[in-house]
Design a protein around this ligand. Structure first.
Ligand code: NAD
Length: 247
């Protein structure tokens, strides 16, 4: 039980990778706040599954792109479960388009959710964790933020930005016993990738040396490790969990 007694907040945890992270952290002993923006029902399902594992859990609504929502979420989590030890910035969206066709709105929506949302939560978690002089902040970047990807200039900017913020915050918070890392998934089987055309899926899969699409649990295990005491000497890093796609 490497996370026994820890309290975690996972953003966008009603489905996909976020849900797998919430359940995996709970499986290792953590109590988990399950953030959602729209679908309370899905978040409540995750909460029920965490409780079935014998851990405390709460569903907390917040659109992470809104600072006031994030502030309220952190207050609610502290009231319901206690001050967090682990923050996982997972919430994310795509609005793909070629750069020459992309609207300002498509660019801004992705930056607001994927980058600013992570910044707001990092800031709020950092303040709380500094007082405790311990903590783990883990953000979900992407292989697209490492390598670039045609049709995703907004998403690549946000995901590369996550890596930059991670390095910056690691330096700012290291003297307080807080580590800050990122996980960069490759091609993972979720609703985000389910919408890709079959030809695109085949082309992406052909680039994966391990020869299979990733499972949300593949990402969740990496996050759980970085959240644990076993990763105490790792900070400012981006761990690529991509079946070798980024080699
Ligand atoms: P998903 O679409 O299934 O899940 C995204 C979650 O984020 C959803 O629960 C959604 O409700 C939530 N969300 C979106 N906007 C939000 C907001 N403003 N406030 C709060 N929550 C919000 O996708 P996923 O594949 O599970 O993605 C999870 C993370 O992993 C994302 O950051 C994504 O960019 C990243 N990622 C995914 C892949 C992949 O192949 N699936 C690859 C690399 C990175």
């Amino acid at each position: 039980m490497m996370l026994e007694g820890k309290i975690a907040l996972v953003t966008g945890a009603g489905r996909g990778i976020g849900r797998a992270i919430a359940l995996t952290l709970a499986g290792y002993g953590a109590d988990v706040a399950v953030n959602y923006s729209g679908s309370r029902e899905k978040a409540e399902q995750t909460v029920q599954e965490i409780r079935a594992l014998g851990r405390r859990a709460a569903a907390v609504q917040a659109d992470v792109s809104r600072q006031e929502d994030c502030e309220r979420m952190f207050r609610e989590v502290a009231e319901q479960l206690g001050v967090i030890d682990i923050l996982v910035n997972n919430a994310g969206i795509t609005r793909d388009n070629l750069a020459v066709r992309m609207s300002e709105q498509e660019f801004e929506q992705v930056i607001d959710t994927n980058l600013k949302g992570a910044f707001f939560c990092m800031k709020l978690a950092g303040k709380q964790m500094m007082k405790k002089r311990s903590g783990r902040i883990i953000s979900i970047s992407s292989i697209s933020g490492v390598r670039g990807n045609a049709g995703q200039i907004n998403y690549c900017a946000a995901k590369a930005g996550i890596i930059g913020m991670t390095k910056c915050l690691a330096k700012e918070l290291s003297s307080r016993g807080i580590t800050v890392n990122a996980v960069a998934p490759g091609y993972i089987d979720t609703e985000m990738t389910a919408v890709l055309p079959e030809k695109v899926k085949e082309a992406v899969l052909a680039q994966v040396p391990l020869g299979r699409i990733g499972r949300p649990e593949d990402i969740a295990e990496a996050v759980a490790f970085l959240a644990s005491d076993r990763a105490a000497y790792i900070t400012g890093q981006t761990l690529q969990v991509d079946g070798g796609m980024g080699i």
